[in-house]
Design a protein around this ligand. Structure first.
Ligand SMILES: C[S@@+](CC[C@H](N)C(=O)[O-])C[C@H]1O[C@@H](n2cnc3c(N)ncnc32)[C@H](O)[C@@H]1O
Length: 310
């Protein structure tokens, strides 16, 4: 005898039940493992296992290996592997950036740097430098949102520099360039890029001896991406400020991220240098001091010749 319930509806109910069960069980497991946002992460893992970017309620089929894929990724997330590494991508402003193990994963709070820069820029933003670029996040976002801009991105780590090159291409094909260099030393190729309109940076800034709380950070972000050098963690940020002073045109802006307790110290770096005006601290969306803002003084000498375009 044929079923009274039409087959498609029964299949659909079965699919909804499987999704509900998966969501409840995955959320529970991630919560027990101490994942801070278990339900959000569970939904992301389920969508990944279902190979979809659509809302889960719109799904009308699941791949055969759905449960197996979900199990494999849930085990990884329970072990506190970062969600972005499991998914293989990280959202950053309008982009879905590539990520890879061993390279710093871009964070949502860093996205604000570009808004701060755009709000404070009155002249052109044609030549932008991203110092300590990591995955290339800030530089790629500049290329994506400012179609006339060119970006020079500087990074010391080989794997990060390779990834940054890929992400810059994603942001604006042919308009970005990665320079693999240590900002603590002399970098003639970087010096030759002056004058530029803006310098963006999210450098390492954690003080020596501090231990990041989250296992995702402690065990997966590379040490060189976290610890800024010196007791106060400000050795690399100090170098960023000095490079910004050398690179920026008069009136050009530096926007540099720092830890929430480093606002005064970061302003101090720009004040001690002497080449900056309008030195200020900007808060993130939760009200914590997170960004140094500084404008290259109008009376600053022009940088040396050379533009970012080749
Ligand atoms: C906190 S991560 C930020 C990456 C990227 N800007 C972002 O916001 O996602 C800092 C990056 O600076 C790089 N770095 C550390 N010291 C450096 C140095 N002396 N010169 C150049 N890059 C450096 C690290 O390898 C790492 O990729």
């Amino acid at each position: 005898m044929s079923s009274l319930v039409p087959q498609p509806a029964a299949e659909s109910q079965d699919l909804r039940a499987r999704l509900r069960t998966a969501l409840a069980a995955t959320t529970e497991r991630l919560g027990s493992a101490g994942v801070p946002s278990p339900s959000v992460d569970a939904r992301a893992l389920i969508a990944h296992a279902a190979r979809t970017d659509r809302p889960l309620v719109l799904l009308d089929a699941l791949p055969e290996d759905f449960e197996a894929r979900l199990e494999e990724t849930t085990v990884r997330r329970e072990a506190r592997e970062p969600l972005q590494l499991i998914l293989g991508r990280a959202p950053f402003r309008r982009l879905e950036l590539r990520v890879r193990a061993g390279v710093f994963i871009p964070r949502p709070e860093t996205e604000l740097a570009l808004d701060l820069l755009r709000e404070r820029t009155d002249g052109p933003l044609a030549q932008v430098v991203d110092l300590c670029t990591g995955s290339g996040a800030l530089g790629a976002a500049v290329l994506d949102e400012l179609p006339a801009a060119r970006v020079l991105a500087v990074e010391v780590d080989e794997a990060a520099a390779e990834l940054a090159a890929q992400n810059l291409e994603l942001g604006g094909p042919g308009r970005g360039r990665v320079l693999r260099a240590d900002l603590l030393g002399e970098v003639p190729e970087l010096a030759a890029a002056a004058p530029v309109d803006a310098v963006l940076s999210n450098p390492p800034y954690i003080p020596a001896g501090a231990v990041p709380q989250d296992p995702e950070v402690r065990e997966h972000d590379p040490q060189r991406a976290l610890f800024g050098g010196g007791e106060d963690g400000l050795e690399v940020p100090r170098a960023v400020v000095a490079w910004a002073a050398r690179l920026l045109r008069p009136g050009g802006m530096l926007v540099m991220e720092h830890a929430d307790v480093q606002g005064a110290a970061a302003r101090g770096l720009a004040e001690a240098h002497g080449g900056f005006a309008e030195i200020a601290t900007a808060a993130d969306l939760t009200g914590r001091d997170r960004f140094l803002l500084a404008r290259r003084r109008d009376d600053a000498p022009e940088g040396r010749h050379g533009r970012l375009s080749r």
